[in-house]
Design a protein around this ligand. Structure first.
Ligand code: ADP
Ligand code: 5GP
Length: 201
């Protein structure tokens, strides 16, 4: 049996990653989003357990410092802690589904060390458009927006470490691009599999 895909998607904040991933999930089956833990406050409309597990710093640190750690990876991003729960990922893998991680560039580096993820970087068409989207979303204070824009520059510099790059200019095209990547990765096969399934020794 082919191994499942671990899809890692990163992007500067406000680029449209959450919007793209939500649309992707309605188009592709057997793919499940791993709900991260975070110490940041919920935004309007965000649900605990669905968008994130919203926890206190004490709860986060207790999970992080378990042996083995409760997190497959974790990072401090824009002044808050974020982590991928080991248990959440294992539960999805046990169902045979592919897993999607929406994590920052530090988290992606950690996952690359221990697994062979399919990595996708989503870029805004221009820095000006990124700023326009962040301000229009209106979920952060002006100071938080400035911090996210400042981080965007160094995040963009990490794009070359990802297997795929998608420019989120026209939303539906970006969703189609990500869908095409998942489908293509599901069709990949290694030599051993070819021998087993086609040549039968
Ligand atoms: P992220 O998860 O990357 O922080 P969001 O998905 O919250 O970003 O998107 C930020 C804002 O940009 C939202 O208001 C969203 O509706 C908008 N947006 C996303 N993609 C596009 C696009 N291709 N064109 C215009 N606006 C977009
Ligand atoms: P936001 O606060 O806008 O939801 O997310 C901020 C950043 O944190 C985004 O780059 C997002 O991908 C990242 N992030 C969300 N969950 C995790 C996680 O579990 N681990 C890491 N390393 N980053 C995360």
């Amino acid at each position: 049996m082919a191994e499942g895909i671990l899809l890692v998607v990163s992007a500067p904040s406000g680029c449209g990653k959450t919007t793209i991933l939500k649309k992707l999930m309605t188009k592709i089956s057997n793919l499940e989003f791993s709900v991260s833990h975070t110490t940041r406050q919920p935004r309007r409309g965000e649900q605990d357990g669905k968008d994130y597990h919203f926890v206190t710093e004490e709860e986060f640190i207790a999970l992080r410092d378990q042996q083995p750690s409760g997190f497959l990876e974790w990072a401090e991003v824009h002044g808050n802690l974020y982590g991928t729960s080991r248990q959440a990922v294992e539960e999805i893998v046990a169902t045979g589904k592919d897993v999607v991680l929406d994590i920052d560039i530090q988290g992606a580096d950690q996952v690359r060390e221990n697994a062979n993820p399919v990595t996708v970087f989503i870029s805004p068409p221009t820095p000006e458009e990124l700023e326009r989207r962040l301000r229009k979303r209106g979920t952060e204070t002006p100071e938080d927006i400035d911090s996210r824009l400042a981080n965007a520059e160094s995040e963009m510099a990490a794009a070359s470490r990802y297997r795929y790059l998608i420019i989120n200019d026209e939303l539906e095209q970006a969703v189609r691009d990500l869908q095409a990547i998942v489908v293509a990765e599901r069709r990949r096969q290694n030599t051993a599999q070819v021998k087993r399934s086609v040549l039968k020794d």
